[in-house]
Design a protein around this ligand. Structure first.
Ligand code: BGC
Length: 745
């Protein structure tokens, strides 16, 4: 095995140092190998490559619940139906060794027993770490990572996730989610990077770089998957997999840029939106898939369907009058691989469609070429088996500390009346609320199981909020009473009584663990049991510090005035307990900034980049906290905002600088955020938009000059003709409380 590793590292080094024309020839070489393979493959073998099934299909659980292959079923899948891809974990996370056994068994059949000997590409949802491998490093979820505003931490986290996924023998990860988090009811809000286009674009790009690296043949990297293309995240009803109405301008200006950037970063795969846009289910939308993705964006990788979504064109959306027509529509719209995933209907129907002349073989060849290209790029032909030597650095100390760093920059201090925080380490505290003592709630979905809610499977050596607080100030100083759960009272009277004997209450509220459709809600408000409990606890007169552990902003306007301090933890991952406790007691100075606008009412959600009409007369924009809000234990002063000119020509670069000083008494990190307002536009323009950010660290008294450059692309939008344009006129740039105007001639 060592030899193979040494060989592939040598191969990578050679490729990386190859001159450009040699890289071209290695690309040509791959393409000609694919041409050769295609010329030898039967229709059945080709449509098999386009088929993905779930691991549950060829396996069963033995009497002790241990997953094992039914070899006959596996052979039917791989040898009779020539299946090219398998996904999922079939229930719960497996050990590294079990994954090695699973992948090896699959590749053995495909490589040793099949005619074409094409490796299977295995795919998994490793969305905040290799969550389906036991003991993996589990980072904050994406919404929380967006709060760090730290691209280095994002890239590092994605790199470690790639490593641990690959160490499990799995070369393909169904992440990042690049839908915009602009509809907080949507139960997958926490899988996004929040509501801002620029932030999502930058975070997504950093994620792809971390996953795929400079050279995707690197055996410690994986293929990433941009999902769910396009428009999945803003369903009109707020419910998962329901229709969206999206004007062309919004589609192109708000939803497309993160995908475009991900493709520019070389992302190898894209997964389709499970829902529909303007009445057209995306799995059948040739405009979105063929014209925009493969045409305009020149995407060369492959497009995978989402779970069972081709069949649903018939059974759910009824745009196809038979399952066969559904297959035809999806393949002709540009879907290259079907996540079927529980039967062989797709390859059977597709082979018939080709034989009947309803799907041209050239379309099949194109899809298979794309899939084989990714398999070649990933090095699967040379190295299809798990590389066991990677186990050594799986969940290493270094990865653990990268996770801690990421989590500590997540925490966002929303309120801190009279500097209630940090608490003294001599304080006696009551820790209470449903989120106080569960690791599952810190991690959320896609963790160990799909819903992430099987608490007993979580690693015992990681700390909940309660345990971390106990460790910090001593068990004897901490009283714990659960109080309420998400639905009902448990022992709130005991909690209220216990509050009498402490200096402060740490009240941990939020949401249960959920994922996808089971997380649908009808009301964005925080549950009544929790709101009532918070009000009762506040009546004790003790300072209450509210810690929010939630994947979407649940409305808490009734209780905000009664809380002395409020911390937003989002879904901070496995280190969440520790970093929350470190922030509470001042060992970490919080530096997160909200990646979404926290609403103060359950209806009429408005993002921070709203239109000017909302500032007009009595309509009014109001929010609990706006996108970008986040306090610190120190203070930062902004001064000397300066631009290199006051007037620019259209093609000029605009150079902007600002001084930021730490005017408080402790070290602090600050995301310096540059917003631009386009004062007048032919289409109504947002009141402001984030265009750049940079996270800096300052010691007390230290000053840094931060420089940014923007150009006409940053000032562009989709005009009345639905084409990207930049208009001349007046703009405002804002950094902290500093503002300056400039003109484009
Ligand atoms: C989800 C995808 C996921 C897929 C495979 C689907 O239900 O929508 O995000 O990648 O399942 O697990």
């Amino acid at each position: 095995m060592k030899k193979i590793l040494a060989f592939s590292i040598l191969a990578i080094t050679i490729i990386l140092t190859l001159p450009v024309n040699a890289q071209d020839s290695s690309r040509d070489d791959v393409e000609s190998k694919i041409t050769q393979l295609l010329s030898e493959m039967t229709i059945e073998e080709k449509v098999g490559q386009m088929t993905q099934i779930t691991l549950g299909m060829p396996t069963r659980k033995d009497k002790d619940g241990v997953l094992e292959f039914e070899m006959d079923s596996l052979r039917i899948a791989l040898l009779d139906y020539h299946v090219g891809s398998i996904l999922n974990t079939a229930g719960v996370a497996h050990s590294l060794e079990k994954w090695h056994e699973i992948i090896t068994t699959i590749q053995d059949v495909s490589l040793k027993e099949s005619r074409m000997k094409i490796p299977v590409i295995y795919g998994i949802d490793a969305i905040h770490g290799a969550g389906y491998t036991l003991g993996a490093t589990l980072f904050p979820q994406s919404i929380a990572m967006a709060a760090t505003r730290n691209l280095e931490l994002m890239e590092k986290g994605a790199e470690i996730t790639a490593y641990e996924t690959r160490a499990s023998g799995i070369p393909w990860n169904f992440n990042p989610v690049l839908g915009m988090g602009r509809e907080p009811l949507w139960p997958r809000h926490w899988e996004t990077f929040g509501e801002d286009v620029y932030l999502t674009t930058q975070m997504g790009a950093a994620y792809v770089r971390g996953q795929q690296g400079g050279n995707i043949g690197d055996p410690t990297r994986v293929a990433a998957c941009l999902k769910h293309y396009l428009g999945y995240s803003i369903p009109t009803s707020g419910r998962d997999r329901t229709p969206a109405l999206i004007p062309e301008r919004t589609l192109r200006e708000i939803l497309l840029p993160p995908f475009q950037k991900g493709i520019e970063e070389g992302c190898l795969t894209v997964m389709v939106n499970s829902g529909e846009i303007n009445g057209i289910p995306t799995h059948s939308d040739s405009y979105v898939l063929n014209d925009i993705l493969k045409g305009e964006l020149n995407f060369q990788g492959f497009v995978v369907s989402d779970w069972a979504d081709i069949r649903r064109l018939h059974s759910r959306d009824r745009v196809a009058d038979s399952p066969k027509e559904a297959v035809r529509m999806a393949v002709m719209a540009g879907v290259d691989m079907s996540m079927v995933p529980t039967d062989f209907s797709f390859p059977i129907l597709l082979a018939e469609l080709v034989k009947d002349g309803d799907v041209p073989e050239s379309r099949i060849d194109d899809a298979v070429r794309r899939i084989l290209r990714v398999k070649f790029k990933l090095g699967l032909f040379e190295n299809p088996y798990p590389n066991k030597s990677l186990s050594e650095n799986f969940a290493s100390e270094e990865s653990n500390s990268a996770n801690y760093k990421a989590a500590s920059e997540v925490i966002t201090l929303l309120e801190n009346e009279d500097n209630t925080l940090p608490l003294s380490k001599n304080a006696k505290v009551l820790v209470t609320g449903p989120s106080a003592n569960k690791l599952s709630l810190l991690n959320g979905g896609w963790t160990i199981t799909w819903q992430g809610n099987v608490e007993r499977l979580y690693p015992q050596d990681e700390l909940t909020i309660l345990e971390a607080v106990q460790e910090k100030i001593g068990k004897e100083n901490v009283t714990y009473v659960e109080g309420v759960d998400f639905e009902k009272d448990i022992n709130s009277a005991d909690a209220i009584k216990a509050a009498e004997n402490v200096d402060a209450v740490i009240l941990c509220l939020g949401e249960p663990t959920y994922c996808e459709t089971p997380g649908n809600i009808d009301n964005l408000g925080m549950s009544e049991s929790q709101i009532n409990f918070a009000l009762e606890i506040a009546k004790t007169g003790k300072p209450v510090i509210l810690v929010l552990v939630e994947g979407r902003p649940r409305v808490i306007s009734k209780i905000v005035p009664h809380m002395e301090a409020i911390i937003m933890a989002y879904l901070p991952g496995m280190k969440g307990g520790e970093v929350i406790s470190d922030v509470l007691f001042g060992d970490t100075n919080p530096s997160g900034k909200l990646p979404f606008t926290y609403p103060n009412g359950v209806n009429g959600y408005t993002t921070y980049d709203y239109k000017p009409v909302l500032n007009h007369r009595d309509i009014g924009f109001s929010a609990q906290w706006e996108f970008g809000h986040g306090l610190s234990y120190t203070t930062f002063n902004y001064s000397n905002l300066s631009l290199d000119k006051g007037e620019y020509l259209m093609d000029d670069t605009i150079q902007i600088s600002v001084d930021v000083k730490n005017t408080g008494t402790v070290n602090g990190k600050e995301s310096v955020e540059l917003y631009v307002t386009d004062l007048f536009g032919s289409v109504s323009r947002p009141v402001k938009q984030l265009k750049r950010f940079e996270k800096i660290e300052l010691k007390p008294g230290e000053l840094k000059t931060v420089q940014f450059e923007i150009d006409k692309n940053d000032l562009s939008f989709f005009g009345r003709e639905n084409k990207r344009i930049t208009e001349s006129g007046e703009f405002i740039v804002a950094l902290g409380d500093q503002k300056a105007n400039f003109f484009i001639k």
